[in-house]
Design a protein around this ligand. Structure first.
Ligand code: 5AD
Ligand code: SF4
Length: 472
């Protein structure tokens, strides 16, 4: 049994990260899933979405098939998120439901993985109070899942294997894409920024970039498979390469990915600290790099930014923001903001609103601060009342809606480029897709356009989506 330790997880070593190409192998005795089904629940960020695609592929290699109904599945996997308390609560609620299920169907195998598996307190609770959770594995040893599942199926004993220290980079893991035309690509793992509120540097380990040759090979294979759009994934993509190369950085990678000819390239998430002027130049130079940047600001107050350990000021953020707005045609910029961080005064919060009014973001993801055990901010006094936090969130969200609608309205009657992904939830044979600026659009048009990038005239602009008609 290997269990996580937050103290160990914080330590960064100078140990070389090995890149391993032949770790994944499903032998015949591991094909235990014939006539059995699995169900995966994924919580949290895109990184987890993509990890679930890997887990799916492994299960299918073992012979299991997908079951849309959790209640009927033989193996249930919860791929968890640790970023805020409510993500935790959702998972514990789901574990409660699964416990009941097991009373009726004792042979269900329950697995928990993802960021919560990297937390000591969570794993201790599972070890002591939830003996019926069969398997816990962490974010650094996903490739070991088939071996662990096989052991659990045979031994019927709780298995916990979580590495505190980040593992190696494992190449050539399979994945089954949720989307035929779009794909996530991990370009790096982990994060070394240690923003004081954030648990990610502990749960995902130190920053490790993949080799650019491996990334480009993956893009080329995806192109062959009919993929039109890739999203380059990392906690902090602008720091790509710093841990691996002397002089190969995100701008070089972006340029090399652009040169593959893939139709659309996105990248998330950017940290303002590592965003260079060259990046702006490269984004402008290649039409296939989409004019969309997610640039979390977190707060508009310099006092709070300092307490958060964000390493920039409101002024330097604004300078970068304006450079992007002026430098990249039709750019759409979105952000993340936390309200109610310890010691955030009314004045600090007003500064955040002021920054928002200046930036008029296309969209923002807003959160109430949630203390995470083991992070520096969790030791600060959480001195803002719940009511105050909620009120601030509400005021901020009003601005978010206002500017989201404003930015969508600017597109009214304009021609936008859309990758049509499939049918819309709106019904009536409406199609749906995303614009090159990452806006959701419901589209009238022939279904033969599914899987194509087409021009659409925007006919209606709402707060969270657009409507349009295909024009060619
Ligand atoms: N509390 C609230 N929000 C958080 N985030 C990260 N950690 C916390 C926390 N402890 C938010 C940040 C980040 C986004 C992914 O989640 O805004 O950018
Ligand atoms: Fe967390 Fe900051 Fe790293 Fe983002 S950059 S994952 S907020 S520590």
């Amino acid at each position: 049994m290997k269990t996580p330790s937050m103290i160990e997880a914080k330590k960064r070593t100078k140990n070389k990260v090995n890149i391993l190409y032949n770790e994944y192998n499903i032998t015949d005795d591991m094909k235990i899933g014939t006539n059995k089904t699995y169900h995966i629940k994924t919580y949290g960020c895109q990184m987890n979405e993509h990890d679930s695609e890997v887990i799916r592929a492994m299960l299918e290699d073992m012979g299991y098939t997908n079951n849309d109904t959790m209640e009927k599945a033989d193996v249930i996997i919860l791929n968890t998120c640790a970023i805020r308390e409510n993500a935790h609560n959702k998972v514990f609620g789901m574990l409660g439901r699964i416990k009941h299920l097991r009373e009726e169907r004792p042979n269900i195998i329950t697995c928990l993985c993802g960021c919560m598996a990297q937390e000591e307190i969570v794993v201790n609770e599972i070890k002591t109070k939830m003996k019926w959770v069969d398997l816990v594995f962490g974010t650094h040893n996903i490739h070991r899942f088939p071996i662990l599942l096989n052991e659990v199926a045979k031994n019927k004993e709780q298995e916990i294997e979580v590495y505190s220290k980040e593992g190696d980079i494992i190449e050539n893991l399979p994945y089954i894409r949720d989307n035929k035309y779009k794909s996530w690509i991990n370009i790096m793992y982990g994060c070394d920024k240690f923003c004081t509120y954030c648990i990610v540097p502990y749960t995902r380990g130190k920053q490790r970039s993949r080799k650019h040759e491996d990334i480009i090979l993956e893009v080329n294979n995806l192109i062959k498979d009919g993929v039109l759009e890739v999203t380059l994934l990392g906690q902090n993509v602008n720091a790509y390469g710093k841990d691996l190369y002397d002089d190969y950085r995100m701008e070089n990678l972006l340029e090399d990915v652009a040169k593959t000819g893939i139709k659309r390239i996105k990248f998330v998430t950017s940290h303002p600290w590592d965003f260079t002027d060259n990046m702006i130049e490269i984004i402008n130079k290649y039409d296939n790099i989409l004019p969309f940047i997610h640039l979390p600001v977190q707060s508009g107050s310099n006092n709070i930014l300092k307490l958060m350990g964000r390493r920039y000021t409101k002024e330097s953020y604004l300078t970068l923001f304006n450079k992007m707005r002026e430098g990249i045609k039709n750019i759409s910029i979105t952000t993340d903001i936390i309200v109610g961080f310890p010691n955030e005064t009314d004045e600090d919060f007003e500064e955040t609103l002021d920054l928002y009014n200046k930036c008029k973001f296309d969209l923002a993801y807003t959160f109430i601060y949630s203390p995470r055990v083991g992070t520096p901010a969790a030791k600060m006094k959480d001195n803002i009342t719940e009511d105050e936090k909620k009120e601030r969130l509400e005021r901020l969200n009003k601005l978010v809606s206002k500017y989201a609608l404003e930015s969508n309205k600017k597109l009214l009657n304009k021609k936008v480029s859309v990758l049509i992904e499939g049918y819309s939830e709106k019904g009536n044979d409406m199609l749906m897709g995303y614009t090159d600026t990452n806006k959701l659009i419901n589209v009238k048009g022939d279904k033969k356009n599914i899987g194509k990038i087409v021009n659409v005239k925007v006919t209606d602009a709402k707060t969270w989506s657009l409507n349009g008609e295909i024009i060619d």
